[in-house]
Design a binder for this molecule. Sequence first.
Ligand code: NAI
Length: 334
Amino acid sequence: MKIAVFSSKAYDKEYLNQANGSWGHEIEYFEVPLNRKTAKLATGAGAVCAFVNDKLNRDTLAALRELNIGLVALRCAGFNNVDIEAAGEMGIRIMRVPAYSPHAVAEHAVALILTLSRKTHKAYNRVRDANFSLENLVGFDLEKKTVGLIGTGKIGQIFAGIMMGFGCRIVAHDLYPNDELKNMGVEYLSAEEVFSRADILSLHCPLTPDTAQIVNSKTLGMMKQGAMLINTSRGKLINTEDVITALREKKLGYLGIDVYAEEEKLFFRDLSEHIIDDEKITQLMTFPNVLITAHQGFLTREALTEIAGTTMQNISDFAGGKISSNDVTTEMVA
Ligand code: NAI
């Protein structure tokens, strides 16, 4: 089958080509994101392969349908960027990679916490400049701190286990509490209680109508003075303006984000020679207690191998007319 891969980077090519070895599909790579205008690049393909910020709204899906594309193979777990209902109406199958390496994202959340708490990003730059001063590098111990989680699915569960290893107390909120975590000592509470008890709050829930802007002026107001907020899930879980206000007022002590509400205009490309036309992110970039990474939580060798392998399996299942548990259905959205 011919596959048009959008938003492709060098690492996508490397891992997808490797995974395609035994399948022998014909793959064409496009660096541009998939949207209504770029969809026509997929002419002649039977499937498209898309990533987190590709806009698979009704218009894009209609353009793909016109080209007789029968499958959108997402090389990610989240599907909030796809109009699943429209895809169902048009008979376009949507498949995803439900799990690859939850460790990759959980460990990245921990990396953000440790960098912020021990200021290793500042120390690295200082020492490279022969500045061996320790002024303003005072950090804090993680031991005995309370870590709050919103979402204790695959990633949240692993994150909770790692933070317990540091000697943290874990409080969590999830629609479906996990018995294994309860037995390990995780205390399930209301979202409000988790916000108010956490020294470090980490978001591990999907973006849904219920969770959109779950971090806002009201919930930030419930948080401890100087608390840390970590978001490796989806940018729109946070109201960025409210977070900027909370940072200014020193209510929020630290912010570590791997995702940003308006990231599709910025992330995954080199804009170092451009003027960044996004006041909120440029403001955030000036705060000394804010650490931003550009959606790299998934970017480990192990995760890329899993993503590429499952994506090729999904495409091959589609080509062979096989059913799969990796289909995204309208029931899942409901
Ligand atoms: P998962 O589906 O295993 O777990 C999500 C958990 O959130 C579930 O336990 C679910 O019950 C809970 N949840 C749903 N709605 C909720 C609500 N209103 N309040 C509280 N909890 C709620 O998903 P997984 O694999 O753990 O991934 C979590 C998120 O991480 C994904 O949705 C995605 O947005 C993000 N992600 C980020 C990546 C990155 O590179 N930064 C890579 C992969 C995923």
